[in-house]
Design a protein around this ligand. Structure first.
Ligand SMILES: NC(=O)c1ccc[n+]([C@@H]2O[C@H](COP(=O)([O-])OP(=O)(O)OC[C@H]3O[C@@H](n4cnc5c(N)ncnc54)[C@H](O)[C@@H]3O)[C@@H](O)[C@H]2O)c1
Length: 299
């Protein structure tokens, strides 16, 4: 186990519950807190369910380990109670810079612990000015679902100490996560930045009439020997979410060529957002890329 013994997770939504359950199962004590009592109650229930589902996903946990994992996870009623005696705080509250700055400003006054944010897009360099002791602040980007996408990206705030980066790295490895350091500051960290380039180019190929979404996916599936291909994945993520992410990149770059794809805009305007609406690049719930004959192409 790394030097991290007790961990506070702040924010008990989708990600907070998953992170808390993973950390509790690694043998550490976890205190979970949320600004909303209702969200905290729902979050602790979800975290407990996650611990049970880990049994199914990993098929390697004896009942006694599940019980002790559950015993190490507690919901607490305040931020100060959550952080008391912890070595590390992992924040997973709403993705809004002002909210994160306020939370970290308070956290940094309450505890000398390492402070990590699970933000998907906010670099900690923007949070650091609000933090007392920014040498212990860093991005710790986990992925959902945590039992499947078992990976972690770590990024410095520009002032993070080497010691803190190394401790966080050892912590990630001790959780069984594929852990990677982001060198320098990178919007999209590592994998989301690369995935964004794939989405952008796949959409451009379709926008320019070079190929159909199905043909792009077929070639991808065969080339990379996978059933997961760009347009199928975009349907899973939600086309509105894909478009919002593109807009956020354009906001930073101010580059007109970063304008979200017209094909995407047309589908969104028609209310076809992918799996969640039953239609997107494919019809759901049984998209044709899952058909055994899909790779054969159209007659
Ligand atoms: N959902 C994902 O797939 C995913 C993946 C990677 C990273 N993230 C990041 O994780 C973070 C959380 O995302 P989520 O999907 O779990 O969100 P969510 O909306 O499910 O949960 C956020 C929780 O934060 C709580 N909260 C909001 N403001 C608060 C405050 N000031 N103090 C305390 N609690 C507060 C809310 O009550 C809510 O329970 C975001 O930064 C997001 O970018 C999400």
């Amino acid at each position: 186990m790394s030097q991290i013994g007790t961990v506070a997770v702040v924010g008990a939504g989708t990600m907070g519950a998953q992170i808390a359950s993973l950390v509790a199962l690694s043998g550490r004590t976890v205190k979970l807190w949320d600004g909303s009592d209702a969200a905290l109650a729902a979050g602790i229930e979800r975290a407990e369910r996650e611990i049970f589902s880990a049994l199914g996903e990993r098929r390697e946990l004896p009942v006694s380990e599940i019980a002790s994992g559950l015993g190490r996870l507690t919901a607490v009623g305040s931020m100060s109670e959550a952080v008391a005696g912890t070595d590390m705080v992992i924040e997973a509250v709403r993705e809004e810079l002002g909210v994160k700055q306020a939370v970290f400003s308070e956290l940094s006054r309450l505890t000398p612990a390492i402070l990590g944010t699970n933000s998907s897009s906010i670099p900690t360099s923007l949070i650091a000015p609000a933090v007392k002791g920014p040498e212990r602040l860093l991005n710790m980007h986990f992925f959902a679902p945590i039992w499947v996408r078992s990976m972690l990206e770590l990024m410095s705030c520009g002032q993070t100490s080497d010691d803190v980066m190394e401790t966080a790295y050892d912590f990630g490895v001790s959780l069984g996560l594929v852990t990677a350091r982001v060198n320098g500051e990178s919007k999209g960290f590592i994998i989301n930045r690369i995935w964004r380039a794939v989405k952008r180019e796949s959409l451009a190929v379709v926008d320019q009439g070079v190929a159909s979404p199905e043909d792009v996916d077929r070639l991808w599936m065969m080339f990379f020997q996978t059933q997961y291909a760009p347009f199928g994945i975009m349907d899973m993520v939600g086309l509105d979410v894909v478009s919002d992410i593109e807009t956020s990149y354009q906001f930073v770059s101010q580059d007109p060529t970063d304008t979200p794809s017209p094909t995407l805009a047309r589908l969104i305007a028609a209310g076809t957002l992918g799996e969640k609406t039953g239609s997107g690049f494919y019809e759901h719930p049984n998209p044709k890329y899952l058909d055994p004959d899909f790779l054969q192409g159209e007659e």
